[in-house]
Write a protein of this length. Sequence first.
Lengths: 139, 141
Amino acid sequence: MAITFDKALGIHEQALMLRTQRNEILATNIANADTPNYKARDIDFAAAMERARPRAGTQSVTLQATHSGHIGVDGQSQLSPLGAQLQYRTPHQPSLDGNTVEMHIEQSAYADNALRYQASLQFLGSKFSSLKNVITGGR
Amino acid sequence: MASILDIAGSAMNAQMLRLNTTASNLANANTVSSTEQGAYRAKQTVFATIMDATNALSANPAGSPVGGVNVPEIVESQAPVPKRYEPGNPMADADGYVYASNVNEVEEMANMISASRSYQSNAEIFNTTKTLMLRTLQLGQ
């Protein structure tokens, strides 16, 4: 049985990438909190994670993509599996200048995302240390 | 992740510019002029999102962070400047009138607080991102 990095690290690598992407989107929202007509955006993390996960055993039917603009069966770009679809937030209280950023929501989402990023980092770190442990034979 | 730092930096830059115009407006709130044209008019910053370079609407300079904030222009308030009869004022014109600035101090104070709060939020984002990056560098140690 071959041990590959992909098998050893599991889902955490993709999770970390998606967390970084979401961090950037949330930072953009907070940066544009005072920009007129800016619409707050976010990604559906669970759906994006589901797409990023390599499915074991099941072979799903996909279309062949030869161009980055080609759209897959689930309506998303095929060549970038981590290219999560951006969605607009529905504001509770939209402001008069057309801006839909609600600072408290964005800030809590950012804090939550940063925490989960650190969690993924921790998991990844422990995977590495267990690999190291195996290599050195527990010495 | 480096671009988060750029985005937060551009937002802090924009908020600092807004704070600067507010300071200028408040400082000049009580200045008078002898002509209507010479009177101080309140200045306001205009914020816009930096769009992707492929977007035809954006005219942002190369290398600016996509998703950040830029300030395309600073506009002057078009509100009429108040005209006061003060014949004893050395700045008065031939008819004894001086032209004051059209700065609304209450509006400027609210603007100032909003700008400083937004600046703080972006500084917080900057710090958090820095922490995350440092943690990532220590991965596997």
